[in-house]
Design a protein around this ligand. Structure first.
Ligand code: NAP
Length: 248
């Protein structure tokens, strides 16, 4: 392969996506960094793409700009995601909030992946030694119940299945697909509920008694992208300080 491998990271402006873009750049990837607003700085070299993942018409632009800049996509990280504007009990969830959250978290990621996967298949046909991969940032909410944000949990459960089905379908092309499930990570998304989670962490909610940091997730993504789990397509990696452990 000539030049560096190329990673396309969505939602790279803040939080977990920003950290993923930085860690991948520091590990030798060229980065196409997608966000709603044009990203001005990451502290590493990157190519900014302004786009909204919920708008399918923006997907064409994302792929075309990445290919015109770098000519290939080796890694797609579907990280862009939103929480409901307002946490409402499942008995009060509104259709607007349901549609908004699913349009970014699952529908947007699904169709961007479909488009990127076709280009990755072309890449594998041209260079059979190449091993592209796709990583979905879902959440422990994929199988944890939070009745005050049902639409978020549903969107992440859908994303989990999206990851599994793409893993199955793309295996014949040696394109591995993984799902990363962060737990409670300190970002802008969780800032509004910081006091609640501070209290719950102090009371022992998380076996590894601390907030997760974006870098905890980013390091897992880099090891997946680098091929450390090359015989494990479809794998789910939980980055949650042990919240996956059922306790009595
Ligand atoms: P964040 O700090 O709010 O960052 C989200 C990023 O995604 C922002 O850069 C945001 O851009 C971008 N984004 C949102 N909607 C977008 C859209 N329609 N098109 C393009 N970019 C969009 O959130 P985070 O905590 O880092 O979350 C990142 C991912 O991890 C999400 O999928 C989230 O569900 C997941 N996750 C987070 C946690 C947690 O505890 N924080 C736990 C589990 C899973 P703007 O700022 O320009 O809107």
């Amino acid at each position: 392969m000539k030049g560096k491998p190329v990673a396309l990271v969505t939602g790279a402006g803040f939080g977990i996506g920003r950290s993923i873009a930085i860690e991948l750049a520091q590990s030798g990837y060229d980065i196409a960094a997608v966000d709603i607003e044009r990203i001005e700085e990451l502290g590493v070299d990157f190519f900014p793409i302004q786009a909204d993942i919920s708008l399918l018409e923006d997907h064409k632009k994302i792929i075309e700009l990445t290919l015109s800049k770098f000519e290939r996509i080796d890694v797609l990280v579907n990280n862009a995601g939103i929480a409901p504007d307002k946490r409402l009990d499942i008995l009060e969830t509104t259709p607007d909030s349901y549609d908004r959250v699913l349009s970014v978290n699952s529908r947007g990621a699904f169709f961007l992946t479909q488009r990127a996967a076709r280009k990755m298949i072309d890449l594998v046909h041209k260079d059979p030694n190449c091993r592209p991969c796709i990583i979905f940032i879902s959440s422990i909410s994929a199988d944890v119940s939070s009745p005050s944000r049902a639409e978020y949990c549903i969107s992440k459960a859908a994303l989990s299945q999206i990851s599994r089905i793409f893993a199955d379908r793309l295996s014949e092309f040696n394109i591995n697909v993984y799902e990363v499930r962060p737990g409670i990570i300190q970002t802008r998304m969780t800032a509004a509920v910081k006091d609640k989670y501070d209290r719950q962490i102090a009371e022992g909610l998380i076996p590894q008694k601390r907030w997760g940091q974006p870098e905890d997730v980013a390091r897992a993504v880099v090891s997946l992208a680098k091929g450390s789990f090359s015989y494990s397509t479809g794998m789910v990696v939980e980055v949650s300080g042990g919240m996956n452990i059922r306790r009595l």
